[in-house]
Write a protein that binds this ligand. Structure first.
Ligand code: SDX
Length: 437
């Protein structure tokens, strides 16, 4: 840890010194590891917005400048020039793969693309309208019953990572097929990662799926744009569960559950639902802009705002460009895109959004692109999870390899002070005496 100076803190009648640590991108952090022991107090930071939970070399995000880099490579360069599997390798191993390394990784992905046949029975237990994120979370936890439990340094980590990245793709496609009442389509060794997924999703025993290279290219870019994003809510969930030395599958399942939330990865589904609502409400965009600004209204402009970006999310900028490039190529005219573009135009000219630095985030345009591929709305967050999986695996491994302490934040207690026990026959009277019902 690179300590560059010390900060002096005066707490009541005590002055203590705290080390200042510096990251590789001129970031500074106050190391408060000794604050409770030396200063007798903790910090309070709602949502950890000002707290770094770890040292990480995976992703650098500069929210003010709208920068996102994975292992030092700019997200725009990666989305422009790579296949998803290449970037997955980069996240997990820290380097872009050589041709030989990529071949080996792709071979592992193929070798481990099937799920145990017994797992098929799990799908039939779910109601047809089950949300696929709930299925994905429980199926990933169930992988721990079929494959080695990993809660420590793993000599075959590259196979483990490939196994999970490949099986989660299969589980996602199988859950879609089951929801459609169709037989599952098995993965094929002659197809690339993305082409395989599309084939598992859209081919059937009675109709082959014509794999469109443009759609394969678009899917690669979309998954790359989701691959990691530092210590976001779901990555923190993965690292938190991993800090208890729980196994990899349990940790990733926790990440899936956190991502499901509409304030996080679930926002991509919420954006499409919001755009449809506006479309069905006479495209009354100004009404919804006003609702988003009304503190008494719990409506939020989904896909807008970000806990870190106070500038345009670079991933959203790429997605907006992909809409311009791929929808015409695929012969698609989506009325929801026009509504999204108009929403963005009006919001970015509105003082409420400008003053709060609210811009489109990664979820604002991705749903429109996934619709163009044929992905249904309730599968959008599953697609986010597919892309994010290499990042979660890298975060899990970095946490385990750094032997991170168990995550155990403190609290500021604001509950009742010590009070005497009250037998049950006296409680009603006591409550009345305190005027509590
Ligand atoms: C992801 O962290 C990551 O990196 C996440 C992610 C990743 O790759 O892992 O980037 C993926 O989760 C993107 C975010 C997807 N969520 C949404 O699109 C949901 C809609 N967005 C908001 O709920 C909100 O912007 C959050 C949850 C994303 C951020 O919440 P914050 O940090 O509490 O927002 P803020 O502090 O910047 O808000 C400042 C003000 C507040 O109003 P005031 O109290 O100052 O009057 O802006 C308001 C907020 O109420 N505000 C919004 C708004 N987002 C913030 N008002 C209307 N619509 C919105 N979308």
């Amino acid at each position: 840890m690179n300590v560059t100076s010390k900060a002096r803190l005066k707490i009541k009648n005590k002055t203590i010194e705290l080390p200042v640590v510096e990251g590789s991108e001129e970031q500074f952090g106050l190391d408060i590891s000794r604050l409770k022991a030396d200063g007798g107090c903790t910090t309070y930071d709602n949502g950890f917005a000002n707290t770094s939970s770890c040292m990480s070399s995976i992703t650098y995000v500069d929210g003010e400048k709208g920068i996102c880099r994975h292992r030092g490579y700019d997200i725009v360069d990666l989305a422009e020039n790579c296949m998803f599997v290449e970037v997955a390798y980069l996240l997990v191993h820290g380097q872009l793969p050589t041709a030989q390394e990529l071949n080996r990784f792709s071979r592992y992905l193929n070798q481990h693309s099937m799920i145990h046949e017994n797992m098929h029975h799990f799908f039939s237990g779910y109601p047809a309208d089950s949300h696929p994120m709930g299925i994905l979370a429980s199926m990933v936890t169930s992988l721990s019953s079929f494959y080695p439990l990993l809660s420590h340094k793993d000599p075959n980590f590259d196979i483990t990572a490939a196994r999970l990245i490949s099986k989660v793709r299969t589980i996602a496609a199988f859950s879609y097929k089951k929801s459609q009442g169709e037989p599952v389509v098995y993965p094929r060794h002659d197809l690339s990662y993305c082409a395989n997924f599309l084939n598992m999703m859209f081919s059937s025993p009675v109709a082959c799926y014509d794999i469109n290279p443009d759609i394969v290219t678009l899917l690669n870019k979309l998954l790359i744009l989701h691959v990691d994003h530092g210590q976001n809510c779901s990555a923190t969930a993965v690292r938190l569960v991993a800090s208890a030395r729980a196994n990899l599958y349990a940790s990733i399942s926790a990440g899936i559950c956190a991502l499901w939330g509409p304030l996080h990865g679930g926002a991509n589904q919420a954006v499409i639902e919001m755009l449809n609502k506006i479309k069905n409400d006479g495209r009354n965009i100004h009404k919804y802009i006003q609702k988003a600004k009304d503190k008494k209204d719990d409506f939020r402009l989904m896909g807008f705002g970000h806990a870190v970006y106070k500038n345009y999310d670079p991933r959203a900028r790429v997605c907006k460009r992909l809409c311009d490039e791929f929808l015409p190529k695929l012969g698609i005219v989506d009325p929801l895109l026009d509504i999204a573009l108009e929403l963005e135009r009006i919001a970015l000219e509105d003082e409420f959004f400008i003053s709060r630095k609210l811009y489109p985030n990664v979820d604002f345009y991705t749903g429109i692109l996934y619709r163009a591929i044929g992905i249904p709305t309730n599968m959008l967050t599953v697609m986010f999870a597919l892309g994010r999986l290499p990042g979660w695996i890298a975060q899990w491994n970095e946490g385990v390899e750094s032997s991170t302490k168990i995550y155990r934040p403190r609290q500021i207690y604001i509950g009742p002070k010590k009070r005497a026990f009250i037998p049950i026959d006296k409680r009603k009277k006591e409550r009345a005496h305190r005027n509590i019902h």
